[in-house]
Design a binder for this molecule. Structure first.
Ligand SMILES: C[S@@+](CC[C@H](N)C(=O)[O-])C[C@H]1O[C@@H](n2cnc3c(N)ncnc32)[C@H](O)[C@@H]1O
Length: 424
């Protein structure tokens, strides 16, 4: 059947309608007129694949990567970059309206300063075939089949070379390779995620072969889940961190500590947040205190709260006088705190915040007088949970000042969003 692709959903699928029924179409661009084949029927919607494009959207382009269609990692690479940005803005607008019930102007998406490369953390699952051949890459969409990626243009070139080197050795019990690359230094930290075994020889070989690999770690993960890293990480050779410079701050990033995958785009976000904070600030879900350190010079006092012990240790090494690092569950900290803050930065994982966290963030930024109301700056990598949490905040009297998307994850449907909220 022939359909018009109306828009892109927040899961990166084209939305079309057949006799009023919603159909989610893979690899589609709004504006396409396409012939589709239904692949899956559900009570409320169907899924489909394009069998023929009758009239392509004017925004379709030839993707830079030959593997774009089979590899699940860059769903939007066949769409011109400016339109990718507009689609992300629309995704945020749609979700904030539908899930959040909030009608507000969503500002144009701030582009990533670079789009090739733009991903400075790679995580490849690994399998060794019966033939002994090792494959490493991303999963084909909705399968657990690994697409063997020899060249990925969104990642620094050295990642391809490290992967080729490891492929030739096809080690047993290797589950994932994680490579963190620093934009400012060009140095790389490699982590071999393994089920068991001694990987010191391979670690040394990688370290000796690549001047820009400054450390190789091993992480043990026996769990059969989709969580990549296990609890135990050991450095086998070199340093167990790389450094990254953002604004005028130098951060240490470890094998198991969070850092934004696209530092040049993150710099835009940090600068934006800096422009919007002052006074006493709480930086909750802080990682290596990226926001805390960047805003400290604009503020009287900053407290960063993070549950990952190693991230807190690395943050403390920055020795910033008015920045206190607390290694604790952010929810517990907020619940126990009686201190008032001028601004609370919330940057939770994809699942968003609990109602309790949102209540406490309002309580700690309210000063009994709306004219003095503090701010909550909510940084989110998941528009759906952001929308849910904004709805809760608005129902509890908060006012949304602005919603600004940033393109952190170029060529994918993912979008980073910063919402500025007055707790009133
Ligand atoms: C999206 S990252 C943001 C990190 C940091 N703001 C940045 O931009 O680099 C979320 C962080 O929250 C931490 N985290 C997750 N759950 C937490 C909790 N309940 N309490 C404190 N930190 C938590 C994670 O370890 C991770 O470092």
């Amino acid at each position: 059947m022939e359909v018009n692709i109306e828009k892109l959903t927040n899961l990166g699928l084209g939305l079309a309608r057949v006799d009023g029924r919603v159909v989610f179409v893979e690899n589609a661009c709004p504006g396409d007129v396409a012939e589709i084949k239904i692949t899956h029927e559900n009570k409320n919607f169907s899924r489909a694949q394009i069998t023929q494009i009758i009239k392509p959207s004017p925004h379709r382009i030839k993707p830079r990567c030959a593997m774009q269609k089979v590899c699940g990692a860059c769903q939007l690479q066949f769409i011109d970059y400016n339109y990718q940005l507009e689609l992300k803005r629309q995704i945020v607008e749609d979700v904030i309206r539908k899930i959040g019930g909030i009608d507000i102007e969503i500002l144009p998406t701030v582009p990533s300063p670079e789009t090739f490369p733009c991903r400075y953390k790679i995580q490849y699952p690994i399998a060794v075939k019966k033939s002994g051949r090792m494959v490493a890459g991303y999963y084909k969409p909705r399968t657990n089949e690994i697409v063997n990626i020899k060249h990925c243009p969104v990642q620094p070139e050295i990642c391809d070379k490290i992967m080729d080197f490891v492929r030739e050795r096809a080690p047993k019990n290797l589950r994932h390779i994680v490579i963190r690359s620093s934009v400012s230094t060009g140095k790389n930290l490699v982590t071999l995620v393994v089920s068991e075994g001694d990987f010191s020889k391979l670690a040394k070989e990688i370290f000796d072969k690549f001047d820009n690999v400054t450390g190789v770690c091993v992480n043990f993960n026996l769990a059969k889940t989709n969580v990549i890293l296990g609890k135990e990480t050991r450095c086998l050779v070199g340093d167990d961190f790389i450094t990254e410079k953002i604004l005028d701050k130098t951060f240490k990033i470890g094998a198991d500590t969070f850092f934004q995958v696209n530092p040049p785009s993150a710099e835009n976000i940090f600068a934006y947040v800096c422009d919007n904070v002052s006074g006493t600030v709480l930086d909750a879900y802080a990682g290596v205190s990226a926001f805390g350190a960047c805003v400290a010079s604009n503020c009287d006092k900053v407290i960063s709260v993070e549950e990952n012990h190693n991230a807190c240790e690395l943050a403390r090494q920055m020795n910033i006088a008015n920045l206190e690092i607390i290694n604790m569950d952010a929810g517990k900290f907020l619940q126990q705190s009686q201190q008032k803050f001028d601004t609370i930065i919330l940057d939770p994982p994809r699942k968003g915040c609990t109602a309790q966290v949102l209540d406490d963030a309002c309580r700690l930024t309210r000063k009994g007088n709306p004219a003095e109301a503090g701010k909550i700056i909510y940084v989110s990598c998941n528009p759906a949970t952001l929308a849910r949490d904004l709805k809760y905040l608005v129902a509890n009297g908060a006012k949304i000042e602005s919603i600004q998307p940033f393109d952190m994850f170029c060529h994918t449907y993912h979008v980073e969003t910063v919402a500025i909220i007055r707790s009133e």
